[in-house]
Design a protein around this ligand. Structure first.
Ligand SMILES: CCCCCCCC/C=C\CCC/C=C/C(=O)SCCNC(=O)CCNC(=O)[C@H](O)C(C)(C)COP(=O)(O)OP(=O)(O)OC[C@H]1O[C@@H](n2cnc3c(N)ncnc32)[C@H](O)[C@@H]1OP(=O)(O)O
Ligand SMILES: Cc1cc2nc3c(=O)[nH]c(=O)nc-3n(C[C@H](O)[C@H](O)[C@H](O)COP(=O)(O)OP(=O)(O)OC[C@H]3O[C@@H](n4cnc5c(N)ncnc54)[C@H](O)[C@@H]3O)c2cc1C
Length: 710
């Protein structure tokens, strides 16, 4: 209805003849169209364009919301916080991609201050405050303050240090960040160059950046906002380098925010995408012999005495990496949020969008009905649910390991490291690719900022790099896999997520019993195929490394690292599949909810099997015929998901504000919204663009003159 040719033609004519005007003095045709748009929006406000889709759902959406959120309480709190944010004009974000970097940063400061005001006024609990910040949905210094600075002090500070610093941080009397990465080194933490040299004469550490490459580079919140940082530096005392340790360092005056003497700092510059992560002040920091009191070294794991003697508590030194482990597990939960947002937009829009299918002027086909659209989109929908459940499990594992560490039981440290590193790597890589796929699934309109997808991608994609580059993290998993394989011969039974490797005799020679497409619905068949694939890939790598007898083991590992990456991915995919199967085995209330989750679990597993068929065939876990049967079953599952697709994304319970997408609107009224949104662009503030008189008019006139001379 909005494609009416005659109006468009009128528009064009008048555009060319109109002088420059402000938006408030639009030519009549724009006002007419525009007000028609607004009236239309109003008239249609109560029309649910997706009602027919919602009516075909075969399960109780309210109960699915509970399964997704984890509990009825969680649904309720999230709902309240999301609405609180959506109804507050300060938290508006639809204009974000049009702001300059300075405006965007100031807007972030304003939102953070307003969020804090609301948290205090409403006396929100920690759970509520976290959710409120999540729904504000704008990266900023508070993420690092709460997400890394506070956890670093909690994890690595003594009781006394926590007692001193945490109350200041909790009340925002100081703002902190996590300053680890340097210009020259990020992945290689042991290669950091900043020094903290103990001076026994004054009982102080001298923090210094000896080279350009030792400049701290990247820490979020450092550039402009933070007053303090936990700085990671090489501890030097009595002339000896004891490696990397954490120190609390004040960077800016608490009076006027100016840098303290010896401190040079600023923002590192604009980043990928408009809006997006540019709201964050990632910073650069250099120290010129800055002195801090000795008691600002985080001393829970090791200490320096008044005399300068280094004392290491009887704990694994990797506990220094504890903050990264904590953040990695929270990033897995964030992956399901980002992925579910993109999928929600793509599913709703695919149900609204129609193309082809009618030869006689009748209704066209919803693009969601195309099998290709389903085979690209439904695995992503299933992955969002899979990541949600594995994220919950990882959170449980993290809590369990933390309790054990408190009791000085370090036996599960390796398991925590392997699972957080591996799951962080796989879920963020898949999510980043999936957001881009969702953009393509939305066709041309997906490329508009108003679809919300470009910004979501730009904000999300650095998750593949921060908190550990994904390749570097997967190689950590591979190393642990190789260690576990090498211990099998000595009879040591692997535990936790590696326990399946203990079935090595069976898994190395088992053959899948699948003989029909339906057989792939049996979770035992899936589990066995995934276990056998993961183990055989790991064992193959171990054999190849040891067969390179002339080489050192490390050199063999280096040579085989591309294969090792794939073995690590296979192991992590097994964990995700296993946790999804376990979830579906639990009692899940609500009409049809369990059946839907069962279908999604099968979609996830069979999609991975189909995508990595080469691995399954090469390791002899399944035959080509069984691979074809898996694909056949996948097609049947897509047909089962189709009538439930819109309701399955409704279960994420996202407000239109949080989604931030005209394509993903709950009511599906996409076209008027797209049309309306276009007029908000600053380029439409004048009908004749700035620059017309300088560049366009002279060009056109010159060409006209040339033509007239011919
Ligand atoms: C909807 C929108 C969502 C938006 C979401 C926004 C969320 C915002 C959240 C965050 C904002 C971003 C903030 C970013 C912050 C950062 O990036 S901070 C910097 C992070 N840096 C890194 O991650 C560096 C990565 N490197 C490392 O971790 C290490 O250098 C290493 C690669 C692990 C290597 O370590 P190292 O050199 O010390 O040693 P190795 O020889 O490899 O290992 C020795 C043994 O230690 C074990 N190990 C290693 N790490 C750990 C660990 N963390 N825990 C436990 N054990 C560990 C390793 O297995 C070896 O064991 P072994 O001796 O038995 O073999
Ligand atoms: C948006 C953003 C926010 C950040 N926030 C913070 C923060 O708050 N605080 C902080 O301290 N840091 C922060 N960082 C830094 C971040 O943690 C590092 O960038 C990250 O750990 C990767 O390290 P790198 O940059 O040194 O990458 P590099 O290690 O230089 O990676 C370059 C390439 O080398 C490859 N590579 C590296 N080592 C190996 C290896 N051993 N084997 C095979 N391949 C390898 C990588 O896979 C990659 O392809 C942030 C980064 C970003 C992008």
């Amino acid at each position: 209805m909005w494609r009416g040719g005659s109006n468009t033609r009128t528009c064009k004519r008048r555009f060319f003849s109109s002088p420059t005007r402000s938006r408030h003095h639009r030519p009549p045709y724009i006002c007419r169209l525009h007000s028609r748009g607004s009236q239309h929006l109003k008239a249609m406000a109560e029309v649910d364009h997706l009602a027919a889709e919602r009516a075909t759902a075969r399960f109780d959406v309210e109960e699915m919301k509970v399964a997704w959120a984890g509990s009825r309480h969680a649904v309720h709190v999230a709902d309240r916080m999301a609405r609180l944010v959506a109804s507050d004009p300060v938290f508006r974000k639809d204009n974000r991609t049009m702001l300059s970097r300075k405006e965007l940063f100031k807007d972030t400061l304003r939102k953070a201050a307003h969020a804090w005001k609301r948290i205090v006024e409403l006396r929100l609990t920690e759970e509520e405050a976290d959710l409120l910040r999540q729904y504000v949905d704008q990266p900023g210094y508070v993420d690092l303050h709460w997400g890394m600075f506070v956890p670093a002090i909690k994890g690595q500070g003594t009781e006394e240090q926590q007692h001193k610093w945490l109350p200041l941080a909790y009340k925002f009397q100081i703002i902190g960040c996590y300053a680890q990465t340097e210009l020259g080194h990020g992945s290689n933490v042991q290669g950091l160059e900043t020094t903290a040299t103990f001076d026994p004469k004054t009982d102080e550490f001298v923090i210094h950046s000896p080279t350009l490459t030792s400049s701290k580079w990247w820490p979020g919140g450092l550039g402009k906002a933070s007053t303090h940082a936990v700085v990671y530096a090489r501890l030097i005392t009595e002339g000896k380098d004891y490696g990397i340790h954490g120190f609390i360092v004040q960077l800016r005056s608490l009076e006027d925010h100016s840098p303290l003497p010896g401190v040079t700092l600023g923002d590192i510059g604009g980043k990928f995408g408009s809006g997006a992560y540019n709201s964050m002040d990632n910073g650069v920091l250099r120290f010129d012999h800055v002195r801090i009191p000795r008691d600002q070294m985080l001393m829970r794991l090791s200490q320096v005495t008044r005399e300068g003697k280094y004392v290491h508590s009887n704990v694994p030194k990797q506990l220094l990496y504890g903050t990264m482990v904590y953040v990695r597990q929270s990033i897995v939960a964030d992956a399901s949020k980002a992925l579910s947002r993109a999928v929600c937009i793509a599913v709703r829009y695919s149900a609204v969008r129609k193309q082809f299918g009618s030869q006689d002027g009748g209704p066209e086909t919803q693009v969601l009905n195309y099998k290709t659209q389903q085979s690209r989109l439904f695995p992503l929908l299933a992955s969002a649910y899979a990541f949600r459940f594995v994220g919950d499990w990882l959170n449980w594992l993290y809590t369990d390991v933390t309790q054990k560490l408190e009791a000085k039981d370090f036996s599960t440290l390796q398991e925590a490291h392997a699972c957080t590193a591996g799951l962080k790597a796989v879920t963020t890589s898949v999510t980043a690719d999936a957001i881009e796929e969702c953009r393509k699934l939305c066709g041309g309109h997906g490329y508009l900022n108003s679809s919300g997808l470009p910004e979501l991608f730009a904000v999300y994609v650095p998750a593949c790099t921060y908190e550990g580059d994904n390749v570097v993290l997967l190689l950590q998993v591979a190393r642990i896999l190789m260690k576990t394989v090498s211990q099998l011969a000595s009879g040591k039974q692997p535990v936790g997520t590696m326990a399946y490797m203990g079935k090595v005799q069976y898994l190395m020679q088992c053959k899948s019993a699948v003989s029909s497409a339906e057989d792939w619905l049996n979770p035992d068949a899936i589990q066995e195929a995934f276990e056998a694939r993961a183990l055989r890939m790991a064992v193959n790598c171990a054999q190849n490394i040891s067969q390179a007898a002339s080489q050192e083991e490390a050199a063999g590992f280096y040579e085989r690292s591309p294969d090792l990456l794939e073995a690590a991915v296979a192991h992590i995919q097994l964990i995700i599949v296993t946790k999804f199967i376990e979830k579906v085995h639990q009692e899940i209330p609500g009409h049809g909810v369990k059946e839907q989750l069962q279908a999604l679990c099968n979609v996830y597993a069979l999609y991975i099997l189909h995508k990595h068929l080469g691995d399954f065939l090469a390791t002899g876990c399944i035959t080509p015929r069984q691979g074809a049967l898996a694909n056949e079953q996948l097609g049947k599952l897509y047909a089962q998901v189709r009538p439930n697709a819109v309701a399955l994304v409704d279960a994420f319970n996202y407000t239109d504000h949080y989604l931030g997408s005209v394509l993903g609107r709950y009511d599906g009224d996409v076209y008027p919204a797209l049309y309306e949104e276009a007029w908000k662009d600053p380029l439409n503030e004048t009908v004749v663009p700035e620059g017309y008189h300088e560049y366009l008019r002279p060009l056109i006139k010159q060409q006209q003159l040339k033509l007239s001379r011919l």
